[in-house]
Design a protein around this ligand. Sequence first.
Ligand code: UDP
Length: 233
Amino acid sequence: MKDGIRIDGRKPDELRPIKIEAGVLYRADGSCYLEWGGNKIMAAVYGPREAMPRHIQDPTKAIVNARYNMVPFSVEDRKRPGPDRRSVEISKVTSEALEGVIFTELFPRATIDVCIEVLDAEAGTRCAGITAAAVALADAGIPMRDLPVACAAGKVDGTVVLDLTSDEDKEGDADLPIAIAPRTEEILLMQMDGHMTPAEFDEAVELAIKGCREVSKLQREALMNKYKTFEVE
Ligand code: UDP
């Protein structure tokens, strides 16, 4: 960081460029393609449909089953295909974040499957994945209390900054991804690595929420755009 400007030219409270498109896959019930800085992510939703095998069914509500996956060519060193500890963890926290807003009680014995494929990765993929998954869920018509959104803040060279790049993530002091339900500001996910003082932590949470609010607008625009297109056709 030099004169308050970051290595990629952004101010501390600035997001990387984001592009969101809803309803891009024909066979999924709902889908979303999202570009966020150097990240390229596809999210697809299937369901609600009967959970199989039967013994995994919950008679009181639907299961939300998110699967986060990085394709082998998404990172600098080819990634070995298949799940690893990191992807299992991200799948779990993503499922829990999404479950927090879905009216699962409306679909007993069902499963709602959310596939998140990271095609290109450049830090912040769990936030980008949750943000894309939320749009895909809305596109699939899954009833939700709110449209979840995620964004990270962190600390680089002693300054609290929004939305870290890969270099900032590697060289920086801390990374704090959060997901919220923007209407109520309920926290759906909060993780942190690195170290911050309590005051920096508060500042980072506030900044990440501000980032979430900006991304939330883009999610809504993406969904509106899809339905606008349908009106014309
Ligand atoms: N990364 C990588 N190889 C891996 C996992 C991660 O190169 O096997 C990179 C990738 O760019 C990712 C970044 O490290 O976005 C940060 O990963 P982290 O675990 O902090 O999750 P993220 O910030 O993507 O949510």
